[in-house]
Design a protein around this ligand. Sequence first.
Ligand SMILES: [Zn+2]
Ligand SMILES: [Zn+2]
Length: 177
Amino acid sequence: MIDLHKLPPEGVRQAGTTDKLELEGDVSLRDLAWSVFVLPSDGDVFIEVKGQALWQGCCCRCLAPLDRPLTVESQFLGSKDADLVGRGSHALGSQDLDVVFLPEDSLDEAELVREQFELQAPMHPLCAEDCKGLCPNCGKNWNKGLCHCRPEADQIPSALNRALTKALAGIKLDPES
Ligand SMILES: [Zn+2]
Ligand SMILES: [Zn+2]
């Protein structure tokens, strides 16, 4: 925890490493190295988070495990001033910083690091741009060859099949496709 009331004028820098950090949805980060710098600025605080890690998750179409290097470098202003937060940005020196509402008197650096990495995590990661995904019928990974399912149009839909098709239509593995 960084006490925002007792910040020295030159600021506080903290750095650390974390072997593994679990994020939401079967995603984790490995080998994190991070640093947080907090500098008082006219009652507000300038915050800089830098770090790198290996993101581990899976392809959003075929669910194959994936990893990606992830780099975080973000700077923003933390403020208690609702007006300033409402304006959304604040010029500091030559920089135009986003303003984040920070009503607390202390800053949890671990939570801050987790948040910033979560923001950088890939939203719709693909193992390859042309990943073919999984057969909605049998679940076979089409990247490894086609399955023997007949195209839907050929099927004589049974009541069960109709219900299943309807259920599957509501599930989108990749909203962009
Ligand atoms: Zn894939
Ligand atoms: Zn199939």
